[in-house]
Write a protein that binds this ligand. Sequence first.
Ligand SMILES: N=[N+]=NCCCCNC(=O)[C@@H]1[C@H]2[C@H](O)[C@@H](O)[C@H](O)[C@@H](CO)[C@@H]12
Length: 465
Amino acid sequence: MTLSMGVSGGISEETAGTGEVIFPEGFVWGTATASYQIEGAANEDGRGPSIWDTFSRTPGKVFAGHTGDVACDHYHRYRDDVAMMADLGVQAYRFSMAWPRIQPDGSGPVNPRGLDFYDRLVDELHGHGITPLVTLYHWDLPQALEDRGGWTSRETAERFAEYAAVAYGRLGDRIATWTTLNEPWCSSFLGYGAGVHAPGRTDPGAAFAAVHHLLLGHGLAVAELRAAGAAQVGITLNLAPISGDDPEAVAHIDGLQNRIFLDPVLRGEYPADVVERARRFTDWSFVRDGDLDIIGAPIDVLGVNYYSPTAVRLRAGQPANPVHPGSEGIAFVQGDEEKTAMGWSVKPSGLTELLTRVSRDYPGTPLIITENGAAFDDVLADGRVADERRIAFLDGHFRAAHAAIAAGADLRGYFVWSLMDNFEWAEGYAKRFGLVHVDYASQRRTPKDSALWYREVIRRNGLQA
Ligand SMILES: N=[N+]=NCCCCNC(=O)[C@@H]1[C@H]2[C@H](O)[C@@H](O)[C@H](O)[C@@H](CO)[C@@H]12
């Protein structure tokens, strides 16, 4: 089954908020994870160090000094985890491959034991009738490449395409949908601009160079995957609807959050207003003739990660938000909506707004929600996690996604973040996004009430009244 296969069947009448909601026939329901967040086995079977191994060992960068050394020990427990997904009725599974497992130095010699793991994982998935969707890069850049400039260097883009070809060569016969990058916005603006993610650099100019080389890596990898015969290729972007009374402030943040990625990938050009505003930080000399043609090569599916909307307003004297270069005078504000354990506003209608905007402004590319979910302060008691807030969160967002489909969005699937609690980057293990609870001391998995609820959603292909 390919994930951007056409869906058929009508849409039931949209009942706002409470009624029965049935998704189109063939709609794909899945869960998502990422290599550094769940695998562990950081120094096993030839895996090389990544920038997150380095960053998590840097004092003060990650909550309580947590690292991904063990994480959910998925590297050893993958069979049970796949069986657990099958028991939950999960139809598709989005996971990432660890580049440092496959090429420990990010280039040159391939580590066959690294490929062997993904071989075993994919065969286990198929054995349970679960469709794999792979992310080639979910932030664990080989440290050796960072030592040579990382994503600020064009060389990294070129090495990424080689890695994509190696991965496809071993697994292309069993994985139909290949996405290149997860959230280049995080890799660039959090990793090189604000320094709150690996590699921890705080240089806006470097962030813009990283944006470009991440996108160039995407484009070069798409070319390799196409040449090798990949059925579906795509990319995953974290996007957000931007609201506010001041059009210039909204345009500025929409440009840095959304259009700086959507326009190159889907239109083959950088948004002119973003290019101009960024000239304070970069001369864009890293862009070479032909790069945008490479970046803008057609894709088959766009992965959309949505968590929360962004609201901005002008505020005199407001210093720039380091995540958003040049945002002096722009305040990021939150309404009185419910907040998750991450402090993020819960606004399902933001998903409808986002999906309809992307469909309107960038028509013609099927969409998949590759991540949506929430962290709450889950409590395991008597072998159960009664995570009613997560059920309500997902119910609302599923209905919002359905409303977007009813409004014409070509949405093909939905992957809940995350299958299980895992290493939440700078928050370490303090934040739990999983449908399944993980006791890290024992590595015991316990499906939360939301997992059991999701099983019924999948079985019904929709929501009850
Ligand atoms: N306000 N606000 N912010 C909304 C989101 C900010 C950007 N962070 C993400 O999207 C990351 C994405 C990542 O792929 C995954 O690896 C992370 O575990 C999840 C949860 O954090 C999300």
